[in-house]
Every structure is written in C-alpha cells, then in structure tokens.
Design a protein around this ligand. Sequence first.
Ligand SMILES: NC(=O)c1ccc[n+]([C@@H]2O[C@H](COP(=O)([O-])OP(=O)(O)OC[C@H]3O[C@@H](n4cnc5c(N)ncnc54)[C@H](OP(=O)(O)O)[C@@H]3O)[C@@H](O)[C@H]2O)c1
Length: 317
Amino acid sequence: MHSLQLLIIGAGGQVGEKLGRAAQRRGHEVIAAYKSKAPDANFSEAIVLDKTRESDVDRIVSNFQPNVIVDTAALHNVDYCETHQDEAMTVNRDGTANVARAASRIKAKFIFISTDFVFDGAGAPYKEESTPNPLSVYAKSKLGGETAALTISENSAVCRPAVIYSWKQSAKLYTANSSSGKPLNFGAWLVSQLKGEKEVKIVTDQITSPTLADDLAGAILAIAENPLARGIFHTAGTTALSRYDFSTQLARKLGLDENLIRPIESSVLKQVAKRPINSSLLSDRIRRELGYTMMSIDQALENFAAAVHGEVLAPEA
Ligand SMILES: NC(=O)c1ccc[n+]([C@@H]2O[C@H](COP(=O)([O-])OP(=O)(O)OC[C@H]3O[C@@H](n4cnc5c(N)ncnc54)[C@H](OP(=O)(O)O)[C@@H]3O)[C@@H](O)[C@H]2O)c1
C-alpha cells in the first residue's frame, strides 16, 4: 500500500480527529483542516478552513495537492438545521460542492461523509441502491452534498454512517459544542449522564445502526486506500436497534446503572425536525468489495468500554 497524503476537512470534529489519528498510524500524511476547533492531536499540518469559502478551499487544495480529500465537516444538529435552512444548505450542500470541485481539479479522490437520515424510514434496512427520501432540512442538505460529490467528481465516494459515538480521554470532548451547538457524541454524553447518576429519557421508536467513530475511520481508510472504491458505501454498525436499546446495552457493558434510562416515545420529545422511524443500514458492500467488516454492537461497545476504561482496544495515536 502506498502512503497517502490526506486532507481532512472538519479535522477538529469527532470523526475527523479519529480518522487523522488512524491514518497516521497507518503511515499516511495528514493535513488537518479545521474551522474553529483545532484537533487535539499532532498532524503534519493544521490549517484553518471554512469550506463555504470557495477561494480558500481552492488555495489550500492546490497548495497541498493531496491524493485524498475527506470531508467530514457539517452542521449536523438536525433541529438547528430545520430552523436555519439557508445556513444548512450553504455548509452541507454548497460547501461540499466547493470541495468536490477543488478535488476534481487536481484529480484527488474525494470522500464525503453523509448520513442514514437521507432515508425516510419506510423501507429499512437500506442498501446503497435504495432510494433516498429525506424528511428534514438537514437530511436534504446532506443528500445535496452527496449529489454534489458524486456528480462533480468522477473519483468520489460517499460514506453513510449513523449515530456516531466515541470516547477520547481528553475532557474537552464533553465540554465543547460543535458549531451548530450540539453537545458532541451521544455515547460519551450518555456515559457522563449515567456516571453523574442523572436520569435520562431515551426514545424507543427510532431505530438506527449506531456507528463507533473508530470503526468509521477504519472504513474511510479502506475506501481511501483502494483506488477502485467509488460511489456509495454504507459504513454503519451491523446491528440495528432503538436508541433506548443501544443506551441500555451501553450502560450494561460499562457497568453503569441502566435503571436511570427511561423509555419514551418520540412524540413526547416534540423534536422540531422529522426523523425516520427506522433508518437502519446494511453495510454489505464495503465487506464484499473491500474486505472491511463493520463492527457489531457487541464488538463496538467492547471497544468503547475499553476506551472509557483507558485500555487500548481503540487506541489513540
Ligand atoms: N454525529 C453523528 O451522530 C452523525 C451521524 C450520521 C452522520 N454524521 C455525519 O458525520 C460527519 C462527522 O460528524 P462528527 O460526529 O464528526 O461531527 P462533529 O464532531 O460536529 O464535527 C463536524 C466538524 O465540522 C466542522 N464544520 C462545521 N461547519 C464547517 C465549515 N463551514 N467548514 C469547515 N468545517 C466545518 C466543525 O468545526 P467547528 O466545530 O470548529 O465549527 C466540526 O469540527 C458529519 O458530516 C455528519 O453530518 C454524523
């Protein structure tokens, strides 16, 4: 395998940082582009980049001439996006198009991180060739990003993960919010609530395929390293379960009190944006074509628990 030069956009975010660390462990060079929150790791280069600024995207891409560009950057607070439609479209669709154009100009591979929310929940479990039908502004903006990636750049791939969670030792993760004001990462949030003996209400009627960020990073690298890997890849955990069941399994694996987790139905939450009832994904293509098998919930929670307990199953660089 050749060593690659990867430009990661959104490198201070949950997935961007895990990806950067994993890429470095595999001998790749990482150029970390972040908007305001710098990555908590040492990469070859760390530069500020807002992907909505097309001339900045062009300048950085032509300066560094990376082989692969991975765009993890997004506004992904689903309710925020519902009431900030223009901003969501500007970042998630138009900003992605800026990056796709720049990648195409220098013939770099372009990998865009999308979401299971492009589906409406009526036809799960979804394959890569299933027809999207986004229910929310967020989902429409991400589908716009997918379309931009796949139509502007011939050498592009789209990853679709779901409910991404991870742990890192730095306490920063639990205090920092992303630019759309979302407290980072459902799994880490849940641990902090349960450790603080706080009761939480979790929905029983939204089913997804929760994805460990470390596992997603492995999947993105498998795509980056294979010159023939193009098009859409579902890159989610292989177990479909409700948020409630995910939460109780996580609590049990970590020896936390699952009685603090109260089941509720989505209708009680009165969430602003519509969510799919069941957006679970089948991640077979990446296993079949690239030999990368996404983790089951048991394997992923094993890794997550080891990271929480400071062990090395999901190592940080
Ligand atoms: N988290 C989930 O549960 C989930 C589920 C499915 C799909 N996804 C998708 O997975 C991807 C990664 O998610 P994540 O969990 O890593 O999110 P995250 O931790 O919030 O990271 C996203 C990053 O995007 C950056 N960003 C926002 N606007 C930007 C802009 N205009 N230009 C450049 N960077 C910008 C943010 O930087 P600042 O904070 O510095 O502004 C942030 O570091 C996203 O594309 C998301 O849509 C996430």
